[in-house]
Ligand binder design. Structure first.
Ligand code: GCU
Length: 611
């Protein structure tokens, strides 16, 4: 198949895959550039643990559920709920940290937002959610629009001709109950923050609009740019689209086919994006009815033996893992400023890489990382013991993978898509992940596929990496807690690691806990001295691993988890952060910073020539 056919084939996979059956419509590429009405702010809520707003006492679906937002019209009417005059929650935001009584709440909360339409109500409109955890049903003016599962990616519904000039209301039934067949499943080590945790918009679109686009270097070159643009609408006809990259003197007119798809390949040699030179080009995509501006970087990422090569040069990933938890204990990250605090801490640490654990973070975080010169590991929450034999579980994982790649495929900073974290070595898991990896490669041939494993085998002081999943991924992440979940810190220096794959290894997790401000000897667990010793000894161990391509220790900042019940020290927090939730840098922060500041990225390219 020639490239154009391949490209159209790949796009068919995109569209076939990215609009999920039974789900709301997919993503709009580059939401930030679009004309929209923001619905963030205070929404009225009803806490409904028995889902009485949905089901009768005999658990039959109600015709007059809370989604109708009915009001008593006279003194006789019996309406046993009212959104107005009750509780309220901010959107975006998790409910756990907004109301004391919702701190541990898992279940259904109904949200309602009344609003007048901004501008004309006739044009094409899309009701767009950047993220709702975990599953939701969406209603507009009492009409069911659709549902969505998955807590960390965008989804949307066409609401053209459904808006009134005034007095519209949106109702969501949001349920964060952990699902045995969900992605993630019922057990995980982070707080189950529920709610409309990301922003909500009404997007105004022209009749024929730019739904999605993609630009990247052609794999294996630095002198060709390829991409595609996809128009959508009721009567998409073949038409001209302009691709403008002024700084590269690109002003390319391309023609869409009758399905609205146009692909292109251009000769151009852009300055390459890297942590030291996070170069982004302003691009403009203009159709007859719409013009979108974005900022795109160009880079190549590949592996060669045990090395990761960025733009053809060996790079050592000096990273840190990050949960999407805001500093100062206020719950989920909801603003770019909060993300900036976390990423600035990572830069202070000397990082060129961040592992966004264990689920896709806000889009603004990925964009900020790209601007700040931080390479990104992005991950779907196939975490621990998901139900590997359940088809709907697999479909949920695949949908989240597709939506993650769709949303961030234009972000130069993203170098790794991760399909799993600490999954068991059983046949059904291998098959489940093999299919996910195949899907990821079908969607994106320009990035590396990885997973974090904790299946290395210890034989005395020999640690052997031979998980069969290693065959299918490009880069192997290893989670190892020597000195915390086993052995004393000093014993870590004696470990000898054996990599049975000729592939790069990243120490994707290591570390230990400490309560900021708690001091003692390096033998006293939970003190800053003990945590610093864990880092000293593990970093000495890493220095001996010549096939190591990087590390992203666990974790930048203390984060909430209901598994952490040592009240006087943890108080619902996992204390492995190098920084406390109040921004206090622990001694171990400076140990890792020193390692990164003095780490010389061996230019293995020359070294390999000597071999
Ligand atoms: C695991 C897991 C993390 C968890 C960490 C810990 O490796 O990947 O999600 O928080 O260990 O136990 O602190």
């Amino acid at each position: 198949m020639d490239r154009k056919t391949i490209l159209i084939f790949c796009y068919t996979l995109f569209t076939a895959a990215s609009v999920c059956p039974g789900f709301g419509q997919g993503l709009l590429q580059n939401l930030g550039a679009r004309d929209k009405q923001c619905l963030d702010g205070l929404w009225q809520i009803i806490i409904d643990p028995l889902e009485y707003g949905m089901y009768t006492h005999s658990y039959k679906l109600k015709k007059n559920g809370y989604f109708l937002n009915e009001k008593a019209e006279n003194s006789f009417d019996r309406i046993e709920y009212d959104f107005d005059g009750g509780y309220q929650l901010y959107v975006p935001g998790d409910w756990n940290t907004q109301m004391e009584k919702l701190y541990y709440y898992e279940g259904t909360i109904w949200y309602k937002r009344s609003f007048d339409a901004l501008g004309d109500t006739n044009g094409r409109k899309r009701l767009y959610f950047e993220g709702v955890n975990y599953q939701c049903r969406v209603y507009l003016n009492g009409e069911f629009l659709g549902d969505h599962e998955g807590g960390f990616l965008p989804f949307s519904f066409d609401i053209t001709n459904k808006l009134k000039a005034q007095d519209n209301f949106i109702v969501l039934k949001v349920d964060n109950t952990r699902q045995k067949d969900g992605i993630p499943t019922i057990n995980f080590d982070w707080w189950n923050y529920g709610g409309i945790t990301r922003s909500v918009h009404i997007v105004n679109l022209p009749d024929t609009y730019i739904n999605d686009y993609y630009l990247s270097l052609v794999k294996g070159t630095k002198k060709k740019i390829e991409g595609w643009v996809k128009l959508e609408g009721d009567n998409v006809v073949a038409q001209d689209v302009m691709i403008n990259v002024p700084e590269l003197n690109i002003h390319e007119k391309i023609k869409t086919d009758k399905n609205g798809l146009a692909s292109f390949t251009l000769s151009s040699e852009p300055e390459l994006w890297s942590p030291d030179h996070p170069k982004l080009y302003e691009i403009e995509i203009a159709s007859a009815e719409e013009k979108l501006t974005d900022h795109i970087g160009f880079k190549t990422i590949e592996v060669r033996d045990n090395d990761i090569l960025l733009n053809g040069q060996t790079v050592f990933l000096k990273g840190i893992s990050i949960h999407e938890e805001a500093p100062f204990g206020v719950g989920r990250v909801i603003t770019a400023e909060q993300a900036a605090t976390l990423l600035t801490w990572a830069k202070e640490l000397g990082c060129n890489f961040i592992r966004l654990a264990h689920y896709p973070h806000n889009e603004f975080t990925v964009k900020l990382a790209e601007k700040m010169g931080l390479m990104v590991w992005s991950e779907i929450p196939v975490y621990w013991t998901v139900n590997y034999t359940n088809e709907s579980t697999y479909k949920s994982a695949e949908n989240q993978l597709i939506q993650m790649i769709d949303r961030d495929k234009n972000r130069a900073g993203v170098i790794l898509w991760s399909v799993a974290n600490e999954t068991p070595v059983i046949p059904e898991r291998l098959e489940f992940l093999r299919k996910l990896i195949q899907k990821a490669r079908a969607k994106d041939q320009t990035r590396l596929i990885t997973a974090a494993l904790n299946t290395q085998r210890g034989e005395d002081n020999n640690i052997i990496i031979d998980d069969p999943l290693g065959e299918y991924i490009d880069v192997i992440g290893i989670n190892s807690y020597c000195g915390w979940y086993g052995k004393r810190p000093a014993e870590c220096r004696d470990l000898v690691w054996k990599n049975t794959f000729n592939k790069p290894i990243i120490m994707s997790e290591m570390g230990g806990g400490a309560l900021a401000g708690m001091h003692g000897t390096k033998d006293d667990r939970w003190t800053e001295e003990y945590q610093a010793e864990v880092y000293e000894c593990n970093l000495d161990m890493l220095k001996k691993i010549d096939f190591l391509a990087g590390t992203s220790p666990w974790i930048l900042m203390d984060f909430r988890s209901p598994r952490r019940n040592l009240l006087r020290i943890q108080n619902d927090y996992n204390r492995k952060g190098l920084i406390s939730e109040n921004g206090e840098k622990k001694k171990a922060f400076f140990v890792l910073k020193d390692f990164y500041d003095h780490h010389q990225s061996k230019n293995k390219a020359n070294h390999s020539q000597e071999r």
